[in-house]
Design a protein around this ligand. Structure first.
Ligand code: AKB
Length: 311
């Protein structure tokens, strides 16, 4: 029986992962933890700071947790506002979880990101094994986190699963503090105002993924028998890549949107990341296969957001 803890449960990914896990394993077997929790939530929630190790230990003991999805993280753009805090939250939180996982033999999921790559990484069809020289503190914590997970999985033989998410596009919860946030914000602004000012250039191409694919892939990876995987990998995960101009053109087919461009400091971060990803290992080892292409993604975003915010 799985007894699951999701940290960062009310962020962009957690808000959709928690209901998916509740559906699969039952509401009584999923604990949603975050530093802020909503007043109304259909399930078990716990509110504490990931830096409070005793609170993490108490929660794991209280619910006899055997699986953790550790999602707490400051993202790339916000991370640059206070790199020191970003290091502390992203790395101390992960180390706390890994230390407890060793003691209690807990299975762990931890998200890395395309932010682990940097300007010296090959930009097209970026290989699984390649140069990891990021230029953001968020990226530094992703590379260090991957290495820490690898170390713990070898040294202590704990079961850690890890993917490098691209930008995730979703409608339930807005992302906060990421560089790829423009690819979500454009939908909100198109529906609300018919116009959007992009903080990256129109020719900026980044790897992206619809949330449903991210959730299905994450749960599938965690469900794959360990001996089927070729040792520890932070798996490259691709779905689609497009420029802001191409995204705007696709949205324009159903919702008129006038896009202007005013690149800011986030352009440099976007320029340091790959344009497309080679995810052969994930496809071969655990059957990763995304369903959403650009038209399907835009249709899902527009239909759901129109219902959510009205138009
Ligand atoms: C960000 O933009 O910082 C994140 C990421 C790619 O990890 N969405």
């Amino acid at each position: 029986m799985k007894r699951i803890l999701v940290t960062g449960a009310f962020g962009q990914i957690g808000s959709e992962l928690v209901p998916a896990l509740q559906n699969k394993y039952g509401k009584d077997n999923v604990v949603a933890m975050d530093i802020n929790t909503p007043e109304v939530f259909d399930g078990i929630s716990e509110r504490f700071n990931i830096m409070d190790k005793q609170a993490v230990v108490d929660c794991i003991n209280k619910y006899q947790i055997n699986t953790i999805y550790h999602l707490v993280s400051l993202l790339s753009a916000r991370g640059e506002e206070n790199p020191s805090v970003t290091w502390d939250i992203n790395m101390t939180g992960l180390k706390t979880i890994l230390d407890i996982a060793v003691e209690k033999k807990i299975q762990v999921f931890w998200p890395s990101s395309i932010a682990a790559f940097g300007p010296s990484t090959p930009k097209d069809n970026t290989p699984q094994h390649t140069i990891l020289e990021p230029t953001t503190m968020y990226g530094v914590t992703k590379v260090a986190g991957e290495l820490l997970c690898r170390y713990y999985s070898i040294k202590h033989d704990i079961d850690i699963r890890c993917v490098r998410y691209p930008g995730i596009i979703s409608w339930k919860q807005e992302p906060g503090g990421g560089t790829t946030d423009y690819a979500v914000a454009i939908f909100y602004e198109a529906i609300k105002n018919g116009s959007y000012t992009s903080f990256v250039r129109e020719d900026t191409v980044l790897p992206m993924m619809y949330m449903d694919d991210a959730i299905n892939g994450t749960i599938n990876l965690m469900e794959t028998p360990r001996d089927q995987l070729g040792g520890f990998h932070a798996y490259n995960l691709a779905a689609l890549s497009f420029s802001v101009k191409e995204l705007a053109a696709e949205i324009n087919k159903s919702v008129p949107v006038n896009v202007s461009y005013s690149p800011d400091h986030r352009q440099m971060i976007a320029d340091s990341w790959p344009k497309s990803i080679d995810d052969t290992s994930a496809r071969q080892e655990w059957g990763w296969s995304p369903e959403y292409d650009l038209p399907k993604l835009c249709q899902a975003m527009i239909e759901n957001l129109k219902q959510k915010i009205g138009s």
